[in-house]
Design a protein around this ligand. Sequence first.
Ligand SMILES: [Zn+2]
Ligand SMILES: [Zn+2]
Ligand SMILES: [Zn+2]
Length: 416
Amino acid sequence: MSAVTLGTPVPEGSPVPMLVKRDPWTQFEECLTDMLGEMEKMLQTTSNGKKTITAAKQQKLKEIKAKLFDATDTIKRHTEDHHNSMPPPSMERANTERMERMEGDIEEIKKALTTITSAVTRTKTWADVAAGRGSSDIDAERAKQERLERAKQLRAKTEVVIGFHQATDEIKETLHTATDQYVQSTIDEHIQKITGSNIKIRGIQRPTKLTVKLMCRSEEEARIIREVDWAGLGGGKTVKQMYGIVIHGVSKTDVDANAKDNMEIKEILEAENDIKVARIAPLTRRPRNPQAPTQSIVLFTESPEDANNMIRMGLKTQDGRIHAAERYTPQCQIKQCYRCQGYGHKATVCTKAAKCGKCAGEQETRECNTENPKPRCIHCNGEHPAWHTQCPHRQNEQKRLEALRVIIPRQFGVVA
Ligand SMILES: [Zn+2]
Ligand SMILES: [Zn+2]
Ligand SMILES: [Zn+2]
Protein backbone atom coordinates (compact mmCIF):
# COMPACT_ATOMS: atom_id res chain seq x y z
CA MET A 1 0.00 0.00 0.00
CA SER A 2 1.39 3.37 -0.88
CA ALA A 3 0.45 6.83 0.20
CA VAL A 4 -0.70 7.53 -3.31
CA THR A 5 -3.42 4.90 -3.50
CA LEU A 6 -4.62 5.33 0.03
CA GLY A 7 -4.26 9.02 0.75
CA THR A 8 -4.75 11.05 -2.41
CA PRO A 9 -6.68 9.62 -5.32
CA VAL A 10 -4.56 10.03 -8.45
CA PRO A 11 -6.23 10.08 -11.85
CA GLU A 12 -4.92 7.50 -14.30
CA GLY A 13 -2.03 8.64 -16.46
CA SER A 14 -1.13 11.65 -14.35
CA PRO A 15 2.46 11.90 -13.03
CA VAL A 16 2.97 10.39 -9.57
CA PRO A 17 3.12 13.22 -7.05
CA MET A 18 6.36 12.72 -5.12
CA LEU A 19 5.76 15.21 -2.37
CA VAL A 20 2.33 14.23 -1.17
CA LYS A 21 1.81 15.12 2.45
CA ARG A 22 0.87 11.76 3.86
CA ASP A 23 -1.41 11.42 6.79
CA PRO A 24 0.02 9.72 9.91
CA TRP A 25 -2.28 6.70 9.62
CA THR A 26 -0.90 5.88 6.21
CA GLN A 27 2.64 6.40 7.39
CA PHE A 28 1.99 4.05 10.23
CA GLU A 29 0.57 1.47 7.94
CA GLU A 30 3.57 1.66 5.64
CA CYS A 31 5.81 1.28 8.59
CA LEU A 32 4.01 -1.88 9.62
CA THR A 33 4.09 -3.25 6.09
CA ASP A 34 7.87 -2.75 5.98
CA MET A 35 8.23 -4.47 9.28
CA LEU A 36 6.14 -7.41 8.20
CA GLY A 37 8.32 -7.70 5.12
CA GLU A 38 11.37 -7.87 7.39
CA MET A 39 9.70 -10.54 9.50
CA GLU A 40 8.78 -12.51 6.41
CA LYS A 41 12.38 -12.44 5.20
CA MET A 42 13.66 -13.48 8.57
CA LEU A 43 11.26 -16.37 8.96
CA GLN A 44 12.13 -17.56 5.49
CA THR A 45 15.80 -17.62 6.35
CA THR A 46 15.21 -19.49 9.53
CA SER A 47 12.42 -21.98 8.93
CA ASN A 48 13.54 -23.85 5.81
CA GLY A 49 15.63 -26.40 7.64
CA LYS A 50 18.55 -24.04 8.20
CA LYS A 51 17.95 -23.75 11.90
CA THR A 52 20.10 -20.81 12.83
CA ILE A 53 17.85 -19.85 15.72
CA THR A 54 16.17 -22.16 18.17
CA ALA A 55 12.74 -23.61 17.48
CA ALA A 56 11.35 -21.82 20.54
CA LYS A 57 12.55 -18.45 19.24
CA GLN A 58 11.12 -19.20 15.80
CA GLN A 59 7.77 -19.86 17.43
CA LYS A 60 8.03 -16.56 19.27
CA LEU A 61 8.74 -14.76 16.00
CA LYS A 62 5.68 -16.34 14.40
CA GLU A 63 3.58 -15.08 17.31
CA ILE A 64 4.95 -11.55 16.89
CA LYS A 65 4.20 -11.77 13.22
CA ALA A 66 0.58 -12.76 13.89
CA LYS A 67 0.18 -9.88 16.34
CA LEU A 68 1.57 -7.42 13.81
CA PHE A 69 -0.85 -8.67 11.18
CA ASP A 70 -3.71 -8.03 13.59
CA ALA A 71 -2.37 -4.56 14.32
CA THR A 72 -2.10 -3.76 10.61
CA ASP A 73 -5.65 -4.88 10.03
CA THR A 74 -6.92 -2.66 12.82
CA ILE A 75 -4.95 0.30 11.51
CA LYS A 76 -6.25 -0.30 8.00
CA ARG A 77 -9.85 -0.25 9.20
CA HIS A 78 -9.16 2.94 11.15
CA THR A 79 -7.59 4.50 8.10
CA GLU A 80 -10.61 3.75 5.96
CA ASP A 81 -12.98 5.07 8.64
CA HIS A 82 -10.80 8.14 8.95
CA HIS A 83 -11.11 8.83 5.24
CA ASN A 84 -14.85 8.29 5.22
CA SER A 85 -15.68 10.61 8.06
CA MET A 86 -14.22 13.86 9.28
CA PRO A 87 -13.25 13.56 12.94
CA PRO A 88 -13.41 16.67 15.11
CA PRO A 89 -10.06 18.56 15.37
CA SER A 90 -9.55 17.57 19.02
CA MET A 91 -9.72 13.89 18.17
CA GLU A 92 -7.43 14.45 15.20
CA ARG A 93 -4.80 15.93 17.51
CA ALA A 94 -5.10 13.05 20.00
CA ASN A 95 -4.81 10.58 17.17
CA THR A 96 -1.69 12.26 15.88
CA GLU A 97 -0.04 12.17 19.28
CA ARG A 98 -0.89 8.53 19.73
CA MET A 99 0.37 7.84 16.28
CA GLU A 100 3.72 9.48 17.00
CA ARG A 101 4.14 7.40 20.12
CA MET A 102 3.32 4.21 18.30
CA GLU A 103 5.63 5.10 15.45
CA GLY A 104 8.43 5.43 17.96
CA ASP A 105 7.68 1.95 19.24
CA ILE A 106 7.54 0.56 15.73
CA GLU A 107 10.95 2.09 14.95
CA GLU A 108 12.38 0.34 18.01
CA ILE A 109 10.93 -2.99 16.92
CA LYS A 110 12.26 -2.45 13.41
CA LYS A 111 15.75 -1.90 14.75
CA ALA A 112 15.52 -5.06 16.87
CA LEU A 113 14.31 -7.07 13.90
CA THR A 114 17.13 -5.82 11.72
CA THR A 115 19.62 -6.87 14.38
CA ILE A 116 18.13 -10.36 14.53
CA THR A 117 18.03 -10.66 10.74
CA SER A 118 21.69 -9.75 10.37
CA ALA A 119 22.64 -12.09 13.21
CA VAL A 120 20.80 -14.90 11.45
CA THR A 121 22.58 -14.13 8.19
CA ARG A 122 25.96 -14.00 9.89
CA THR A 123 25.64 -17.41 11.53
CA LYS A 124 25.14 -19.20 8.21
CA THR A 125 27.51 -22.12 8.12
CA TRP A 126 28.90 -24.39 5.46
CA ALA A 127 26.19 -26.88 6.36
CA ASP A 128 23.65 -24.24 5.31
CA VAL A 129 25.59 -23.74 2.14
CA ALA A 130 25.58 -27.46 1.49
CA ALA A 131 21.84 -27.60 2.08
CA GLY A 132 20.92 -24.63 -0.03
CA ARG A 133 23.47 -23.26 -2.40
CA GLY A 134 25.32 -24.57 -5.43
CA SER A 135 28.13 -27.05 -5.15
CA SER A 136 30.81 -24.66 -6.40
CA ASP A 137 31.01 -22.96 -3.00
CA ILE A 138 31.55 -26.31 -1.33
CA ASP A 139 34.14 -27.25 -3.93
CA ALA A 140 36.01 -24.03 -3.21
CA GLU A 141 35.92 -24.63 0.52
CA ARG A 142 37.03 -28.21 0.06
CA ALA A 143 39.92 -27.07 -2.12
CA LYS A 144 40.96 -24.73 0.68
CA GLN A 145 40.84 -27.62 3.16
CA GLU A 146 43.00 -29.65 0.79
CA ARG A 147 45.58 -26.88 0.64
CA LEU A 148 45.64 -26.62 4.44
CA GLU A 149 46.04 -30.37 4.75
CA ARG A 150 48.93 -30.45 2.30
CA ALA A 151 50.66 -27.60 4.13
CA LYS A 152 50.29 -29.53 7.38
CA GLN A 153 51.70 -32.67 5.77
CA LEU A 154 54.65 -30.67 4.51
CA ARG A 155 55.36 -29.33 7.99
CA ALA A 156 55.03 -32.82 9.46
CA LYS A 157 58.01 -33.97 7.38
CA THR A 158 60.37 -32.16 9.75
CA GLU A 159 58.42 -32.97 12.90
CA VAL A 160 58.51 -35.95 15.24
CA VAL A 161 55.91 -36.55 17.93
CA ILE A 162 56.77 -38.54 21.07
CA GLY A 163 53.94 -39.86 23.21
CA PHE A 164 54.38 -40.57 26.93
CA HIS A 165 50.99 -42.21 27.47
CA GLN A 166 52.59 -45.46 28.62
CA ALA A 167 55.36 -43.75 30.58
CA THR A 168 55.95 -44.10 34.30
CA ASP A 169 54.04 -41.82 36.67
CA GLU A 170 57.33 -40.23 37.64
CA ILE A 171 58.02 -39.19 34.03
CA LYS A 172 54.47 -37.94 33.58
CA GLU A 173 54.88 -35.79 36.69
CA THR A 174 58.25 -34.49 35.46
CA LEU A 175 56.71 -33.60 32.11
CA HIS A 176 53.96 -31.74 33.87
CA THR A 177 56.30 -29.46 35.76
CA ALA A 178 59.42 -29.26 33.55
CA THR A 179 60.17 -26.22 31.43
CA ASP A 180 60.33 -26.52 27.63
CA GLN A 181 64.06 -25.80 27.81
CA TYR A 182 64.65 -28.68 30.21
CA VAL A 183 62.59 -31.10 28.11
CA GLN A 184 64.38 -30.05 24.94
CA SER A 185 67.90 -30.49 26.35
CA THR A 186 66.97 -33.87 27.86
CA ILE A 187 65.70 -35.03 24.48
CA ASP A 188 68.81 -33.70 22.71
CA GLU A 189 71.03 -35.66 25.11
CA HIS A 190 69.01 -38.82 24.55
CA ILE A 191 69.12 -38.49 20.74
CA GLN A 192 72.88 -37.97 20.83
CA LYS A 193 73.39 -40.92 23.14
CA ILE A 194 71.29 -43.31 21.02
CA THR A 195 72.45 -42.21 17.56
CA GLY A 196 76.03 -41.34 18.41
CA SER A 197 75.59 -38.15 16.42
CA ASN A 198 75.48 -34.51 17.43
CA ILE A 199 71.97 -33.92 16.07
CA LYS A 200 70.09 -31.21 17.92
CA ILE A 201 66.44 -30.35 17.57
CA ARG A 202 65.33 -26.85 16.67
CA GLY A 203 62.67 -26.65 19.34
CA ILE A 204 59.70 -28.36 20.91
CA GLN A 205 55.96 -27.90 21.21
CA ARG A 206 53.71 -29.61 23.68
CA PRO A 207 50.34 -30.16 22.03
CA THR A 208 49.05 -32.15 25.01
CA LYS A 209 50.23 -32.98 28.51
CA LEU A 210 51.64 -36.32 27.34
CA THR A 211 52.98 -35.52 23.91
CA VAL A 212 56.04 -33.59 22.83
CA LYS A 213 56.48 -32.44 19.26
CA LEU A 214 60.07 -32.10 18.12
CA MET A 215 60.82 -29.55 15.44
CA CYS A 216 63.80 -30.92 13.53
CA ARG A 217 66.31 -29.06 11.41
CA SER A 218 65.76 -31.17 8.29
CA GLU A 219 63.67 -34.00 6.88
CA GLU A 220 66.72 -36.24 7.03
CA GLU A 221 67.26 -35.54 10.75
CA ALA A 222 63.57 -36.05 11.40
CA ARG A 223 63.81 -39.48 9.75
CA ILE A 224 66.70 -40.45 12.04
CA ILE A 225 65.02 -39.08 15.17
CA ARG A 226 61.78 -40.95 14.35
CA GLU A 227 63.69 -44.23 14.66
CA VAL A 228 65.16 -43.39 18.07
CA ASP A 229 64.16 -45.76 20.86
CA TRP A 230 62.72 -43.57 23.60
CA ALA A 231 62.24 -46.44 26.07
CA GLY A 232 65.26 -45.17 28.01
CA LEU A 233 63.49 -41.85 28.35
CA GLY A 234 60.81 -43.07 30.73
CA GLY A 235 58.78 -45.07 28.22
CA GLY A 236 58.20 -42.60 25.43
CA LYS A 237 57.22 -43.78 21.98
CA THR A 238 57.36 -42.17 18.55
CA VAL A 239 53.80 -41.44 17.51
CA LYS A 240 53.35 -42.33 13.88
CA GLN A 241 50.73 -40.55 11.88
CA MET A 242 47.96 -42.96 10.93
CA TYR A 243 45.52 -42.80 8.07
CA GLY A 244 42.27 -44.59 8.73
CA ILE A 245 39.65 -45.82 6.31
CA VAL A 246 36.18 -47.02 7.26
CA ILE A 247 34.65 -50.11 5.68
CA HIS A 248 31.04 -50.99 6.41
CA GLY A 249 29.39 -54.40 6.34
CA VAL A 250 32.49 -56.55 6.73
CA SER A 251 31.75 -60.16 7.65
CA LYS A 252 32.93 -60.93 11.17
CA THR A 253 34.18 -64.33 10.02
CA ASP A 254 36.44 -62.56 7.53
CA VAL A 255 37.66 -59.77 9.75
CA ASP A 256 37.19 -59.90 13.48
CA ALA A 257 38.16 -56.38 14.44
CA ASN A 258 37.68 -57.19 18.12
CA ALA A 259 40.22 -60.00 18.09
CA LYS A 260 43.21 -59.38 20.33
CA ASP A 261 45.65 -60.59 17.77
CA ASN A 262 44.49 -60.09 14.22
CA MET A 263 47.93 -60.59 12.73
CA GLU A 264 46.67 -63.22 10.29
CA ILE A 265 43.82 -61.06 9.04
CA LYS A 266 46.21 -58.17 8.64
CA GLU A 267 48.49 -60.31 6.52
CA ILE A 268 45.63 -61.52 4.34
CA LEU A 269 44.37 -57.99 3.74
CA GLU A 270 47.90 -56.79 3.03
CA ALA A 271 48.41 -59.51 0.43
CA GLU A 272 44.98 -59.07 -1.17
CA ASN A 273 45.27 -55.31 -1.45
CA ASP A 274 49.02 -54.72 -1.74
CA ILE A 275 49.06 -52.41 1.27
CA LYS A 276 50.67 -52.23 4.69
CA VAL A 277 48.16 -52.44 7.55
CA ALA A 278 49.10 -50.99 10.93
CA ARG A 279 45.98 -51.74 12.90
CA ILE A 280 42.37 -52.87 12.55
CA ALA A 281 39.69 -51.74 14.98
CA PRO A 282 35.90 -51.79 15.17
CA LEU A 283 34.36 -48.44 14.24
CA THR A 284 32.26 -48.38 17.42
CA ARG A 285 33.17 -49.98 20.72
CA ARG A 286 29.52 -50.56 21.54
CA PRO A 287 27.66 -51.47 18.35
CA ARG A 288 23.86 -51.19 18.35
CA ASN A 289 23.50 -54.84 17.44
CA PRO A 290 26.41 -56.90 18.80
CA GLN A 291 24.92 -60.10 17.28
CA ALA A 292 25.03 -58.80 13.70
CA PRO A 293 27.08 -60.97 11.32
CA THR A 294 28.79 -57.92 9.87
CA GLN A 295 30.44 -54.86 11.35
CA SER A 296 32.03 -51.57 10.41
CA ILE A 297 35.77 -51.51 10.79
CA VAL A 298 38.54 -48.94 10.67
CA LEU A 299 41.73 -49.98 8.99
CA PHE A 300 44.78 -47.89 9.84
CA THR A 301 47.84 -47.55 7.67
CA GLU A 302 50.93 -45.38 7.98
CA SER A 303 50.82 -44.62 4.28
CA PRO A 304 48.41 -41.95 3.05
CA GLU A 305 48.89 -43.33 -0.47
CA ASP A 306 47.72 -46.78 0.63
CA ALA A 307 44.72 -45.22 2.34
CA ASN A 308 43.86 -43.15 -0.73
CA ASN A 309 44.21 -46.21 -2.98
CA MET A 310 41.65 -48.04 -0.87
CA ILE A 311 39.30 -45.04 -0.94
CA ARG A 312 39.58 -45.08 -4.75
CA MET A 313 39.57 -48.84 -5.39
CA GLY A 314 37.84 -50.31 -2.34
CA LEU A 315 39.11 -53.01 0.00
CA LYS A 316 39.20 -56.63 -1.09
CA THR A 317 38.41 -59.23 1.56
CA GLN A 318 39.19 -62.94 1.62
CA ASP A 319 35.85 -63.91 0.07
CA GLY A 320 36.76 -61.90 -3.01
CA ARG A 321 34.30 -59.12 -2.31
CA ILE A 322 35.34 -55.54 -2.79
CA HIS A 323 34.09 -53.16 -0.10
CA ALA A 324 33.71 -49.44 -0.57
CA ALA A 325 36.06 -47.56 1.73
CA GLU A 326 35.81 -44.01 2.98
CA ARG A 327 38.12 -41.71 4.86
CA TYR A 328 37.98 -42.09 8.64
CA THR A 329 37.27 -38.65 10.09
CA PRO A 330 37.24 -38.78 13.89
CA GLN A 331 37.56 -34.99 13.89
CA CYS A 332 33.91 -34.89 12.72
CA GLN A 333 32.71 -36.79 15.80
CA ILE A 334 31.54 -34.77 18.76
CA LYS A 335 34.07 -34.96 21.56
CA GLN A 336 33.45 -33.54 25.03
CA CYS A 337 35.94 -33.34 27.87
CA TYR A 338 34.57 -34.72 31.13
CA ARG A 339 37.04 -32.63 33.09
CA CYS A 340 36.33 -29.10 31.84
CA GLN A 341 33.16 -29.90 29.79
CA GLY A 342 34.76 -28.24 26.76
CA TYR A 343 34.30 -29.62 23.25
CA GLY A 344 36.98 -30.82 20.84
CA HIS A 345 39.32 -32.57 23.27
CA LYS A 346 39.35 -35.34 25.85
CA ALA A 347 40.11 -35.22 29.55
CA THR A 348 43.40 -37.12 29.10
CA VAL A 349 44.85 -34.11 27.26
CA CYS A 350 42.89 -31.40 29.07
CA THR A 351 44.90 -28.44 30.31
CA LYS A 352 41.94 -26.38 31.53
CA ALA A 353 40.45 -25.96 34.98
CA ALA A 354 37.93 -28.58 36.10
CA LYS A 355 34.25 -27.64 35.85
CA CYS A 356 31.27 -29.55 37.14
CA GLY A 357 28.99 -30.80 34.38
CA LYS A 358 26.03 -30.88 36.73
CA CYS A 359 26.17 -27.61 38.68
CA ALA A 360 28.84 -25.61 36.80
CA GLY A 361 30.91 -25.53 40.00
CA GLU A 362 34.70 -25.36 40.18
CA GLN A 363 35.27 -29.10 40.51
CA GLU A 364 35.06 -32.27 38.47
CA THR A 365 31.58 -33.70 37.96
CA ARG A 366 32.35 -36.82 39.98
CA GLU A 367 33.18 -34.63 42.97
CA CYS A 368 29.87 -32.79 42.74
CA ASN A 369 28.13 -32.61 46.12
CA THR A 370 25.74 -29.77 45.49
CA GLU A 371 22.38 -29.86 47.22
CA ASN A 372 20.86 -27.88 44.39
CA PRO A 373 18.37 -30.10 42.56
CA LYS A 374 18.49 -27.86 39.47
CA PRO A 375 21.36 -28.52 37.10
CA ARG A 376 23.31 -25.59 35.66
CA CYS A 377 25.04 -25.68 32.28
CA ILE A 378 28.55 -24.27 32.21
CA HIS A 379 28.15 -23.27 28.54
CA CYS A 380 24.75 -21.60 28.31
CA ASN A 381 23.71 -21.21 31.93
CA GLY A 382 20.61 -23.30 31.13
CA GLU A 383 18.94 -25.68 33.55
CA HIS A 384 20.53 -28.82 32.16
CA PRO A 385 23.81 -30.70 32.53
CA ALA A 386 26.73 -29.57 30.36
CA TRP A 387 26.30 -32.47 27.91
CA HIS A 388 22.56 -32.08 27.24
CA THR A 389 21.57 -32.61 23.60
CA GLN A 390 19.28 -29.56 23.69
CA CYS A 391 22.09 -27.27 24.87
CA PRO A 392 22.49 -24.56 22.20
CA HIS A 393 26.25 -24.66 22.70
CA ARG A 394 26.33 -28.39 21.97
CA GLN A 395 24.02 -27.93 18.99
CA ASN A 396 26.38 -25.30 17.60
CA GLU A 397 29.25 -27.74 17.94
CA GLN A 398 27.20 -30.38 16.10
CA LYS A 399 26.53 -27.88 13.33
CA ARG A 400 30.20 -27.03 13.06
CA LEU A 401 31.05 -30.72 12.72
CA GLU A 402 28.34 -31.30 10.11
CA ALA A 403 29.79 -28.45 8.11
CA LEU A 404 33.27 -29.90 8.46
CA ARG A 405 32.01 -33.27 7.24
CA VAL A 406 30.74 -31.62 4.07
CA ILE A 407 33.98 -29.90 3.14
CA ILE A 408 36.55 -32.40 4.35
CA PRO A 409 38.52 -33.80 1.39
CA ARG A 410 37.51 -37.33 0.43
CA GLN A 411 41.14 -38.41 0.31
CA PHE A 412 44.16 -37.67 2.47
CA GLY A 413 46.48 -34.87 1.45
CA VAL A 414 49.72 -36.27 0.07
CA VAL A 415 52.92 -34.37 -0.48
CA ALA A 416 55.75 -35.78 -2.56
ZN1 LIG B 1 38.94 -30.18 29.02
ZN1 LIG C 1 28.55 -29.90 40.79
ZN1 LIG D 1 23.77 -25.65 27.91
